[in-house]
Design a protein. Sequence first.
Length: 73
Amino acid sequence: MLILLVVGWVNRGLYAWLDLNLVALVFPDVVTKSIDATGVETTVTTVSIIAKIVYSLVTVGALRTLIGNFKKA
């Protein structure tokens, strides 16, 4: 779990100080463009599945550590 906390800490620190999202840099967003029948182009950006998994694992690791610290008290 410590590795997940370090990944989250480094990513949040880089994002806060340098406006650099390391997870999004390693696993870029998926951009989809489509043109409808009237010729209007629509662009949709979605977060990659791998990035969502990384964010979820970091969250679970942080929650597990937080709950573990409360049980010790």
